[in-house]
Structures are given as structure tokens and as C-alpha cells.
Ligand binder design. Structure first.
Ligand SMILES: Cc1cc2nc3c(=O)[nH]c(=O)nc-3n(C[C@H](O)[C@H](O)[C@H](O)COP(=O)(O)O)c2cc1C
Length: 326
């Protein structure tokens, strides 16, 4: 029997439990990627809260990328000291941290306008950002290929008709592995784009399996990532079907995100098949110490009501916490 509290080791990561904080954009960087002081408080609180590993908010590999406001960046060496401070803040609590490397837009070009030269530049941007991640002390990198970001569009038949769109991800992962053998390399991917002509579960499975030999784990998500109105025991773990199917075929750990709210359901999911780890975002915005609370034996479901107001508050804080509501 697996439980969320099992100590686990997955390629170069020692985890005190099976729970990850899934990437969460805090919008706490200026247009050049410099962090606001508040970011360190947020990660300090999170790392103290009992989670097994933290995945940072999306962090652009490109200086020019203005896809979302307040995006963090690892797009030049000048940013390394701030990331090192973030890593040290988390490591102080004995918690590993992975940086989510993302590209939002590339010079406002559509995928089918990209030249060989463009794809080469993009690949190099990811590889250089991974080098900087190592210099900052991160334990791993996550290639963000989900939620409509550049790589998600690149592997989606709605945007790219190349026969082997996964090759770009493979090339990035291979190069990162070649230089940094002990870095954990993971990828977040849509199980389904949920759009006409987009990536569906068959397409996503094909891409995941092609990438498996070059990765250490895969985090399964989907478009419409933060489903509203999740109720414990009713509609949790909404991308589970695909994650279970992937875990059966892939020989690397599968991490499932999306709507985990109760210990009972999470343990059930872990024991339905080969899913190794689970990741959470909104419940930890509401209760950064949620995992410690559960470990203390206070086992009621996460207080998060999935209202998604956190997308609209400063620093993406929980509206309940901001208003002092328990
Ligand atoms: C405020 C906010 C910011 C998010 N930022 C990111 C991000 O930077 N990268 C990412 O892959 N997903 C991001 N997500 C999606 C979460 O990682 C997660 O996949 C989704 O919210 C479902 O999990 P949950 O039910 O535990 O919240 C964000 C979600 C929220 C609520």
C-alpha cells in the first residue's frame, strides 16, 4: 500500500513524502525578472509547511518574453544570485526545489513561421537556462510543455503539423542531461488540450512515451488546468485516467496534478495503479502548512474551495487568507 506520507526517492530527489507543490506563478518579478522580496517569504512558508518538493512558478528562458505579467526569468546570468537565494531559502528546510522553465512567446511568431534558426535559438535558451538553474543550486528543471505555453503549442497539432514535434523537447532534455547528469529533469504536459484539432490523449501518450527515455519524471496536467468547484471525494484528481494509463506504460515516475483535496482520495489514486507522486497548487495557497497539518493527524480535506480568486489577487494569495477568514 502506498500512502502520500511515504518517504520516496525519485532520480536524485530525496522526498519526505509523495507530495509536490505544483508550479504556481506568483507574479512577483518585475519586467526584467527581478524578484520582489515577498517571493522569499512565500517559499519560506511553503518549504516549512511539509511538502516533499517544490516546483517554482513558470520561469521564462527568454529576456524578451512578456507572455504573463510578473513572470520570473532565468534568461541571463544577472538573475542567478536571486534564484540562488530562493533555492537557499527552500533548502534551509531540507526540501528540494525544481525550477519550471517556460517560454511564453517567441518574438510574437506563430509556430508555423519559425525557421530552423528560431528552433535552434529556442533550444539553446532552454539549455542555457538549465545551466543557470544548476549554478543557482536547483535540484531539477521542469520543461513546461503544458497550458498553452510555447512548447505546449509546439507539440499540439492545432499549431504544428510537423511529424515529430516532440524532437525539440527531446533535444533540450538530452543536452541538459549531457551536461548535468545529476539534475532531475521533468516535464509538465497536457493530457488533452481540450480544443478542436489540439493534442488529445492519444497524441499526448505518443509524445510522452517518445520523451520518456530522456526524462526522470512526467507531471500530467491538461488545459483548463485549475478546475473550479472541486469537492473532496466528488471530482478530485480530474486528469487521473490519463496519468494511470501513462504510468502503466512509462518506466519513469508519473506525477499527477489537479484537484487533490483529501487524504482518502489521494491514497486511493496512488493505489489504483502506478502513479508515484501527486502535486498540489491551490490548496497550498490557502494552507501553506497543509501537509504538516495532515501529518499531525488533522486530516480534514484541504480548505481550498477552488474559487480561483487566487489568479486575481496580488502575489496570487488566497482571498480567504487576505480577508482573515479561516
Ligand atoms: C495562481 C496560480 C498560478 C499557477 N501558475 C502555474 C505555473 O506557473 N505553471 C504551471 O504549470 N501551472 C500553474 N498553475 C496550475 C497549477 O500548477 C495546477 O496545475 C492547477 O492549479 C491544478 O492543481 P490544484 O487543483 O492543486 O490547484 C497555477 C495555478 C494557480 C491557481
Amino acid at each position: 500500500m502506498k500512502t502520500i506520507f511515504d518517504k520516496t526517492e525519485i532520480k536524485n530527489l530525496k522526498l519526505k513524502n509523495r507530495l509536490f507543490r505544483s508550479a504556481t506563478w506568483e507574479a512577483l518579478a518585475d519586467e526584467n525578472g527581478h524578484f520582489d522580496e515577498e517571493i522569499y517569504n512565500i517559499y519560506d512558508e511553503l518549504a516549512a509547511g511539509g511538502v516533499g518538493c517544490i516546483i517554482s512558478g513558470f520561469t521564462s528562458v527568454s529576456d524578451g518574453d512578456q507572455y504573463f505579467g510578473g513572470m520570473a526569468r532565468l534568461s541571463n546570468d544577472g538573475l542567478i544570485p536571486e534564484h540562488k537565494r530562493l533555492v537557499d531559502t527552500v533548502h534551509k528546510h531540507g526540501v528540494p526545489i525544481i525550477v519550471q522553465l517556460a517560454l511564453g512567446e517567441y518574438q510574437n511568431k506563430e509556430i508555423d513561421e519559425l525557421t530552423e534558426n528560431d528552433t535552434h535559438t529556442i533550444r539553446e535558451m532552454f539549455i542555457s537556462a538549465a545551466d543557470r538553474a544548476v549554478l543557482a543550486g536547483y535540484d531539477g528543471v521542469q520543461i513546461h510543455a503544458a497550458h498553452g505555453f510555447f512548447l505546449s503549442r509546439y507539440i499540439s497539432p492545432a499549431y504544428n503539423r510537423r511529424a515529430d514535434p516532440e524532437q525539440l523537447i527531446i533535444d533540450i532534455a538530452k543536452a541538459v542531461r549531457e551536461h548535468h547528469n545529476d539534475l532531475h529533469i521533468t516535464m509538465k504536459i497536457n493530457s488533452d488540450d481540450f480544443m478542436y484539432g489540439g493534442l488529445d490523449e492519444n497524441g499526448s501518450m505518443r509524445i510522452c512515451l517518445a520523451c520518456v527515455p530522456f526524462l526522470d519524471s512526467i507531471e500530467v496536467s491538461g488545459n483548463g488546468t485549475s478546475v473550479a468547484g472541486i469537492k473532496a471525494g466528488v471530482n478530485e484528481a480530474y486528469f487521473k485516467r490519463f496519468a494511470l494509463a501513462l504510468a502503466e506504460k512509462a518506466d519513469i515516475p508519473v506525477i499527477l496534478v489537479g484537484g487533490h483535496r483529501s487524504i482518502e482520495n489521494m491514497n486511493r489514486v496512488l493505489n489504483e495503479g502506478g502513479i508515484e507522486c501527486l502535486s498540489l497548487s491551490r490548496p497550498l495557497i490557502r494552507e501553506p502548512d497543509l501537509i504538516n497539518r495532515w501529518q499531525r493527524g488533522e486530516c480534514s480535506p484541504a480548505k481550498c474551495v477552488s474559487c480561483n480568486m487566487c489568479y486575481r489577487t496580488p502575489a496570487h494569495k488566497c482571498i480567504f487568507r487576505l480577508r482573515g477568514i479561516e
